[in-house]
Write a protein that binds this ligand. Structure first.
Ligand code: ATP
Ligand code: MG
Length: 435
């Protein structure tokens, strides 16, 4: 019997996406915008591993969080020759790894750091629009800064990015902020909240009753209409802030006011990760349904010590790149598509020996040159030139080459066809670049 059975094609893992042209050009465009803004605020790039010891995230993010309890891709590595296997995890977020690296390399000893990363994160969530199992974040971490000044800075860095992308603040994206105070203030509030919930047992649903001691703040996050009035009247963390926390929050607000950034104080904003204190914030949109948080962050003064370093104040955010691109698409804010400046038609492939030096010289001069490869008739090459979106076609025909020239024909906005010397690219390369 012959073995000619066709193999089934394989598919990507559910919730993990391929990013292919032309979509990938939008990613590169977004990343370039991000890097440009980050550089203007003095943030430097860090590249840390995607796989870390599971314990890092358990310790860093918190054991009783959705991320660690339900969403993390954790596995046991192969055993070494002593039969020992490491517990490893795909990073579900970026902060823990960056802090681990800073502590490991004693990078916070001499000076504070402003850092950023761009890369994939992994969470085993139910895939849907704006929620994936492999997704990408741009994140920043400012380590060693205690004041409200840098809280305002990280928020404003995001605002500058929105503006450069064409998003309108207060309309497409809005800022919500809250102050979580310090652990002792949270404890006092927590006790008050639990006794408040105990007094309102009759309106609590089953889930609320289950959570009221483990995570009472989450009870207030309820979508149950029968519990809304109860949630509205609950003691608010903001009323439990001591003078220092209050001053910090007022400081952030004054700085945001000074640059005309409007925000909404959301007393229920608590964030899903355990490590936050004082300022927390989210940039949200109402244009993407349930996946409305584009950028989320806050202060995490306890994390560096929690991960074995010297106590170091810190603040940062994580920005979901898929959601940001979805938002731009929804609003019709498209990135410029990448097209070559010129398409080189090569009627006789044998002539490439004479043509290639000219193409290389054009590329060295900064011109994006798409070279026709694979032969074919003049007409079919010309069609491809047109489809490429190039603004000019270069025709290296036999007549032109005999004169040591190439024809330069504008494809888009009219203009006349010209002849140019192939040996002296410097005199005309600049005419091919976009204005
Ligand atoms: P959500 O409430 O939407 O689950 P989160 O609080 O879990 O978000 P963070 O851990 O703060 O999110 O991550 C920062 C940002 O990363 C989010 O605001 C969002 O833009 C993006 N993000 C988080 N999880 C996903 C995911 N599974 N797919 C795509 N983007 C995500
Ligand atoms: Mg989540």
């Amino acid at each position: 019997m012959s073995e000619t059975k066709k193999l089934q094609p394989l598919q990507a893992v559910k919730g993990m996406n391929d990013i292919l042209p032309p979509e990938s050009a939008r990613w590169e465009w977004l990343e370039a915008k991000m890097r440009s803004v980050l550089q203007r605020y003095g943030y430097q790039n860090v590249r840390v591993p995607i796989v870390e010891p599971t314990a890092l995230f358990v310790r860093g993010i918190g054991e009783v969080t959705d991320i660690v309890e339900k969403e993390m891709y954790a596995f046991e590595d192969r055993a070494d020759k002593h039969g020992q296997a490491e517990h490893l995890a795909l990073r579900p977020e970026g902060t823990a790894g960056v802090v681990r690296a800073m502590v490991e390399h004693s990078y916070l000893r001499d000076s504070p750091r402003r850092l950023y990363y761009i890369g994939p994160m992994f969470r085993r969530e139910k895939p849907q629009k704006g929620r994936y199992r492999q997704f990408h974040q741009m994140g920043i971490e400012a380590l060693g800064f205690a004041g409200p000044d840098v809280d305002a800075e990280v928020i404003l860095l995001a605002r500058t990015l929105w503006r450069e992308l064409g998003l309108i603040e207060g309309q497409d994206v809005t800022l919500e902020i809250n102050c979580l105070g310090q652990p002792d203030e949270r404890r006092a509030h927590r006790e008050a909240l639990i006794s408040y919930l105990e007094q309102h047992q009759d309106v609590l649903d089953e889930e609320a009753k289950r959570r009221m001691y483990a995570n009472p703040l989450r009870v207030l996050d309820t979508k149950n209409p029968a519990m809304q009035a109860m949630a509205e009247g609950a003691p608010q963390l903001l009323d439990f802030l001591g003078p220092e926390s209050q001053a910090h929050f007022d400081g952030v607000r004054a700085l945001l006011d000074s640059v005309g950034l409007a925000y909404r104080i959301n007393p229920r904003l608590v964030r899903g990760l355990d490590y936050y204190n004082l300022t927390v914030f989210e940039w949200v949109t109402d244009k993407l349904g349930a996946q409305g948080t584009i950028c989320a962050g806050g202060r995490y003064d306890g994390l560096v010590e929690q991960l074995g370093g010297k106590p170091t104040p810190a603040v940062g955010f994580g920005m979901g790149m898929e959601r940001l691109l979805l938002l731009l698409e929804t609003l019709g804010l498209q990135s410029p598509t990448l097209v070559p400046d010129v398409y080189a038609v090569v009627p006789d492939p044998a002539e490439l020996l004479r043509i290639l030096p000219t193409l290389e010289a054009l590329r060295a001069a900064g011109v994006a040159v798409q070279m026709h490869a694979g032969g074919g008739s003049f007409t079919s090459q010309f069609k491809k030139a047109d489809r490429s979106g190039a603004r000019f076609v270069l025709v290296f025909g036999a007549d032109e080459l005999a004169r040591g020239e190439v024809s330069v024909k504008p494809l888009r906005d009219g203009g006349e066809q010209l002849s140019r010397p192939i040996a002296d690219v410097a005199s005309w390369a600049a005419d091919l670049l976009p204005a």
